[in-house]
Design a protein around this ligand. Structure first.
Ligand code: FES
Length: 149
């Protein structure tokens, strides 16, 4: 397996980096630790955000997901109407290596190594080790407020 290949667990094997540091009398080799797989820190919404539901007509349909960008989080949030004014709001960043998920079947799928998630963000199949971040929200007069986690 060469540097940056994906192993049988779906984990990318990062390159081992060596830095040689010369001093006047010796050469010291430093080896950086290999980053673990499946330990990605997911970026979470740092502040409450709002959106006008009328700006996302796809959200009028039950089961359709809108992927909405906010400056407060690295990847879009996934918003899906489930019934009436009931929605599911999740992050889209996979905790395995940080890729963004997309809709697939009745939930989400990570394009990088194949992790799958239910529509509520819960983990269905790894190699991710946790579900997507789920956010609380409220809808008042057509405005959705999503609460920071
Ligand atoms: S980043 Fe590896 S499964 Fe999502």
């Amino acid at each position: 397996m060469s540097c940056d290949d994906v192993n049988e667990s779906g984990c990318t094997q990062p390159c081992r980096r060596r830095f040689l540091v010369s001093t006047s009398s010796a050469v010291v080799a430093l080896t950086l630790p290999i980053v673990g797989c499946g330990e990605h820190d997911v970026d979470t919404l740092g502040n409450d955000v709002e959106l006008l539901l009328a700006d996302y007509p796809e959200l009028e349909e039950v089961g359709v997901t809108a992927f909405v960008d906010f400056d407060e989080v690295a990847l879009p949030l996934a918003i899906t109407r489930t019934d009436g004014d009931e929605f599911i709001v999740t992050g889209t960043e996979c905790n395995h290596s940080g890729c963004g998920v997309s809709r697939s079947g009745g939930g989400f799928k990570c394009p990088c190594h194949g992790a799958t998630f239910r529509l509520d963000g819960s983990l269905r199949k790894g190699p991710a080790t946790e579900g997507l971040i789920a956010y609380d929200y409220e809808v008042v007069d057509g405005t959705m407020k999503i609460f920071a986690s």
